[in-house]
Design a protein around this ligand. Structure first.
Ligand code: TK8
Length: 334
């Protein structure tokens, strides 16, 4: 009897807390580009469960994977227009909206995930998220897409010069385009949603993405060679339509923010665990893996240097210096 009373009391208190919040019933469409069976899908489901829990079941996140609501760029436009509530996608496709996002495209900016986490979650990362508001987007948190590696079907790429003549799909982003063209590749910007078919039909010879994506998107079915180059760390960002965000109560906004922070921890851990496994699975699936030697990676760095300088000129020296200062802090273990 006593236990039942305690249980009833606990339930009652729980219900009052949920009712005290200014939360309406809402359906939130959350789009993403990868398949549902991917690290993006896993983290979207985690986010949805958190939102459901924090809102006492009132706010429901519906995930739409495999770019079924459109490519990254199309979804961004839908968010800006207020036709879709939320998405997650590559920061690289945001440069047309806020040019400072090119910062994250700089090849070899981060040496490891620790550096990436510190800078993305620190004041520089926040500044970039804040700058989205004026363009109709609310940036909540960064997820890890990861260090990018090359795949192709033409020949083994072990040296920087092996990139010559390779038709390589890149994201719709000038830094990627110019870097790979400078390396002698024939870079073709394409939305991710068109990539599998482009590889399958031979419209392009190759592409570059983290292991987890190469696996979950089944690129191993249409790609023979994988080159470990780790040429850039690529973040994803959770975006909300500002038009819709502004209609939410502070309680509802808080729920989304909290759930996003929780999803960030979940996603990074999941992605890091899956990543090493994914490389093994890709080998098992028959991909021929080569590791680009240090000296060749250094050549890529050199090739990228003038493009990095262009990014610095475009985003401004103060933001670049602030980034380098943040990096110096992490490197010094502060
Ligand atoms: C998925 C993309 C993908 C990105 C790309 O929508 O386009 O290559 O790495 O993760 O955002």
């Amino acid at each position: 009897m006593k236990q039942i009373l305690i249980a009833m009391l606990a339930l009652g208190i729980g219900a009052t807390a949920a009712q005290a919040q200014d939360v309406k019933s809402r359906i939130i469409r959350f789009g993403y580009g990868l398949n549902e069976d991917s690290v993006q899908g896993n983290a979207e489901r985690h986010f949805a469960a958190e939102v459901e829990k924090l809102s006492g079941g009132k706010m429901k996140v519906r995930g739409f994977g495999a770019a079924s609501l459109g490519s990254d760029v199309q979804m961004q436009q839908a968010l800006i227009g207020g036709a879709q509530e939320m998405m997650v996608g590559s920061t690289a496709t945001l440069v047309g909206t806020v040019k400072e996002f090119a910062l994250w495209d700089v090849p070899f900016l981060f040496a490891n995930d620790k550096e990436a986490d510190a800078v993305l979650d620190g004041p520089v990362g926040q500044k970039l998220l804040d700058s989205l508001q004026a363009q109709g987007l609310v940036g909540l948190v960064y997820w890890e897409n990861g260090f990018r590696n090359l795949t192709n079907n033409r020949h083994k790429i072990e040296k920087a010069e092996d990139l010559k003549g390779v038709k390589l799909r890149v994201m719709q982003n000038p830094v990627y385009l110019e870097t790979f063209n400078a390396a002698g590749a024939n870079a073709v910007p394409l939305p991710f949603s068109e990539l599998f078919t482009a590889l399958e039909t031979g419209t392009v010879d190759g592409q570059e993405n983290p292991y987890t994506t190469i696996l979950s998107s089944k690129f191993f079915e249409v790609q023979k060679y994988l080159t470990v180059s780790n040429h850039v760390y690529s973040p994803w960002v959770i975006l909300v339509s500002k038009k819709w965000w502004d209609t939410l109560s502070p309680d509802e906004q808080k729920i989304l923010k909290e759930a996003a922070i929780s999803s960030r921890a979940f996603e990074r851990k999941d992605t890091r665990e899956q990543s090493a496994k994914a490389l093994e699975d890709l080998k098992k699936a028959g991909m021929e893996v080569s590791v680009m030697p240090e000296g060749e990676v250094a050549k890529l760095r050199e090739i990228a240097a003038p493009i990095t300088q262009k990014v610095v000129d475009s985003i401004g020296k103060p933001l670049w210096d602030e980034t380098q200062a943040e990096l110096a802090k992490v490197r010094a273990g502060k």
